[in-house]
Design a protein around this ligand. Structure first.
Ligand SMILES: *Cc1c(COP(=O)(O)O)cnc(C)c1O
Length: 349
């Protein structure tokens, strides 16, 4: 078998969700195929643990989630109600988070009695109604009882960034006295403390074991099989364009995963793999399907090496490649053989 094995610990996922449950309600963000870990098994495990509100980026993702979970949970759509989304929103009972006056008109003309939420911009300038738009529409909107009024923090992973308190202040001012439920915090905001929790939090990355939830249990393990090994003499090179040149005799293992599997090329010569506690440097360039690793210091030749696991989490690997854990997770490719472990395994997998 030439593909790597990606093991996803659903017990750790549920543990992380519970550990982040600080607000009256804790939702779960499962956009981008649950951050690359698999929408169906992740959503089933969280629903079984009690999650009642799920968040995805697009109506298409929402429809897939509804077909997986069935009726019951509320499914919020961050991108709101885009042109062409009406049939999916209607047939799957999705709750768009309306971002603009245009989206509001689309919603009220196409689906006047359907549920919706609102996204307000408090300074990130990415999604959500501007304060002036909200002021003009507020009374009309509130008469329709929005399911949720939310905003998103731009710097919640930096606890001391002044932007956090600034956005909190704007959010409070825009939503003071509302009876609709309010939500401001994703993972980072949840960790900023009670002021940021309001009625619902929306953690994503923390559920999957990523920073800024440094207390998270690791969820992902990635084992890559060794395809072959060889000895390289001084002066010989390894991989494309002589990306690595041996100065001493080296034992090199070729492993079955590359940039097509999410081991982004920026990991070339930078990442570390593990055989139990022993570290082995990735040498040379990452190719499409393969990487090469220096295993000279290992006592024997392993069948596989660990790229993600107890020795090294997604953020450490991300740092080696100059990126963030979110990108490492959502880049994980389709070729791995995926194993789900824990109490929720089996359901929907
Ligand atoms: C992705 C996203 C989240 C989840 O963020 P994490 O940092 O992964 O917890 C929450 N809210 C919005 C609007 C998002 O886009």
């Amino acid at each position: 078998m030439a593909s790597g094995t990606l093991t996803i610990d659903l017990d750790a996922l549920v543990h992380n969700w519970r550990a982040l449950a600080k607000a009256p309600e804790t939702g779960a963000v499962v956009k981008a195929d649950a951050y690359g870990l698999g929408l169906a098994p992740v959503a089933h495990a969280l629903a079984k643990a009690g999650a009642r509100s799920f968040f995805v980026a697009t109506a298409e993702e929402g429809a897939a989630l509804r077909d997986t979970l069935g009726q019951g949970p509320v499914i919020y759509i961050f991108s709101g109600h885009m042109a062409g989304d009406t049939p999916l929103i209607n047939s799957r009972t999705l709750t768009p988070l309306l971002n603009s006056p245009d989206q509001l008109e689309r919603q009220l003309s196409a689906l006047p009695d359907a549920p919706f939420g609102l996204q307000l911009d408090t300074g990130m300038n990415r999604l959500g109604m501007e304060p002036a738009e909200w002021a003009a529409l507020r009374d009309r909107l509130l008469s329709k009882s929005p399911a949720l009024v939310m905003s998103h923090l731009a710097a919640a992973d930096e606890p001391h960034a002044p932007m956090n308190a600034a956005q909190l202040k704007v959010f409070r001012a825009l939503t003071e006295g509302l009876t609709a439920p309010r939500s401001l915090a994703a993972t980072g905001g949840t960790l900023l403390g009670r002021d940021y929790h309001f009625d619902m939090t929306r953690p994503g990355i923390g559920l999957y074991g990523g920073a800024p939830f440094t207390q998270a249990r690791p969820v992902v393990r990635l084992e890559l099989p060794v395809v072959q090994t060889r000895t390289v003499a001084p002066g010989e090179s390894v991989g494309y364009n002589r990306g690595y040149v041996a100065r001493q005799p080296r034992r090199v293992a070729t492993l079955a995963a590359g940039y097509a599997d999410g081991l982004i090329r920026a990991m070339s010569g930078k990442a570390t793999l593990y055989s139990g506690p022993n570290s082995c440097p990735l040498i040379g360039r990452v190719s499409m399907d393969l990487i090469t690793v220096d295993i000279t210091d290992l006592p024997d030749t392993p069948d596989s090496l660990t790229l993600l696991g107890p020795q090294q989490g997604v953020d450490t690997l991300a740092q080696a490649a100059g990126t963030i854990g979110y990108e490492v997770l959502t880049s994980l490719g389709a070729r791995y053989s995926r194993r789900y472990t824990g109490a929720g395994a089996g359901a929907g997998a």
